[in-house]
Design a protein around this ligand. Structure first.
Ligand SMILES: Nc1ncnc2c1ncn2[C@@H]1O[C@H](COP(=O)(O)OP(=O)(O)OP(=O)(O)O)[C@@H](O)[C@H]1O
Length: 360
């Protein structure tokens, strides 16, 4: 079992300096709007993923008028304590486990898995393809240790190749050898990412379907279609076929960086056809299925971070969700709400496993 025992936040968002101790499986976090409930969840996410769930800008994570922050967390994973320290100072970030600094932050990902369900998640359905790739990548890099390294290397090579295509300014010929070398590297690092993405989805969708039916309280067929230029041809063939077009467009127009997922409800794209309620049920099903997959893979449940679910779901769905996460097969769950009474009532049957943290 994985649990967070304690976390300290210094100059992280609205926290000048504060520590929280957790000693129960279900942790309710209450306080008025703007009191820092989401920021606390984000700090927990941060020490698991070496970055914020909400922003890639460290300036936004740093308390206004300061030049850095520090997060310290104590995890217990199968009775082994892990002390995680992250410091950001003058733009330089360091991450250490048990006082040993990581050379690459990617080494930390997956060690303490977590799943966040937050209001902004609707973007996974409504936003551009980048949102969906980001979601899938964050999931798969927790399952396959090599995934993130391949992806990071792929993105670096892609950038270098695109810079070359720009400097060529549409003039073909002279740089073919260099472009061939870049393409070879893109194939080497992109193909395993494609294979992992492709292999993952068929089994995953069955779990999403089961959870969707449970949360929605009825059956509607949901599906996830993996859209990739690599279904019909190999990556080498795709890059060769696009060579001329890429030179004209001055960027790499095909590859795993263009993959997308189409979420489908009863044969219609969810983005344009689903109601708000259906989208919400699907998002929760998606995230809870993510939770289950990580749990199966790791043989212990990840931390579950639920932000503002009482405001987002109707009463029936909230009750089903609470029922689900109250079960001991779920691990440590953090759940925020503005109303202490509501959250206490929701977990009254489980009061022995429940702890309330009240923000000032
Ligand atoms: N970098 C920062 N420095 C200082 N304060 C910040 C920073 N970023 C955000 N805040 C403050 O944090 C507060 C928001 O905190 P948070 O979103 O965690 O609140 P919340 O308790 O989840 O609220 P709600 O119930 O409305 O969801 C705001 O008052 C905001 O001004």
């Amino acid at each position: 079992m994985l649990s967070l025992k304690k976390i300290s936040l210094v100059q992280f968002k609205n926290y000048s300096g504060k520590s929280f101790s957790f000693h129960k499986r279900i942790v309710g976090i209450t306080g008025r709007n703007g009191s820092g409930k989401t920021n606390l969840l984000d700090a927990i996410y941060y020490i698991c993923f070496t970055k914020s769930y909400f922003t890639s800008s460290e300036a936004q994570n740093t308390q206004y008028q300061t030049n850095g922050f520090r997060l310290e967390g104590f995890m217990d994973r199968d009775h082994q304590e892990g002390k995680i320290v992250c410091t950001l100072k003058d733009g330089k970030k360091e991450f250490a486990l048990n006082d040993e600094a990581y050379e690459r932050f990617s080494q930390h990902i997956g060690r303490y898995p977590a799943v966040m369900i937050a209001p902004d998640d609707a973007e996974i359905i409504l936003g551009g393809s980048e949102e969906r790739r980001k979601w899938l990548d964050a999931l798969l890099c927790q399952l396959h240790p090599g995934y993130l390294d391949h992806l990071i290397t792929y993105q670096k090579i892609l950038q270098q190749k695109n810079t070359l295509l720009k400097t060529m300014n549409g003039q073909g010929g002279s740089q073919d050898t260099l472009l061939d070398i870049f393409d070879e590297q893109l194939v080497k690092h992109g193909t395993p990412v494609f294979e992992w993405r492709r292999a993952f989805l068929p089994g995953f969708i069955q779990q999403v379907q089961k959870l969707y039916d449970y949360l929605a309280g009825k059956h509607e067929t949901v599906n996830i279609q993996y859209q990739s230029g690599l279904h019909e041809q190999t990556f080498t063939e795709l890059l060769a076929a696009n060579r001329y077009k890429d030179m004209m467009m001055q960027r790499t127009t095909g590859g795993i960086h263009k993959d997308d997922l189409q979420f489908v409800l009863d044969d219609h794209p969810m983005k344009t056809s689903a109601s708000q309620g259906q989208r919400k049920s699907f998002l929760f099903a998606l995230k809870l299925a993510q939770f289950e997959v990580i749990k199966e893979h790791k043989k212990f449940p990840p931390l579950l971070l639920l932000d503002d679910v009482f405001e987002k779901l109707d009463q029936d769905r909230v009750s089903r969700l609470i029922n689900l996460v109250s079960s001991p097969v779920y691990g440590q769950v953090f759940i925020t709400d503005t109303h202490a009474d509501r959250i206490l009532a929701a977990f009254k049957e489980n009061s022995d496993n429940f702890q309330l943290v009240e923000m000032e």
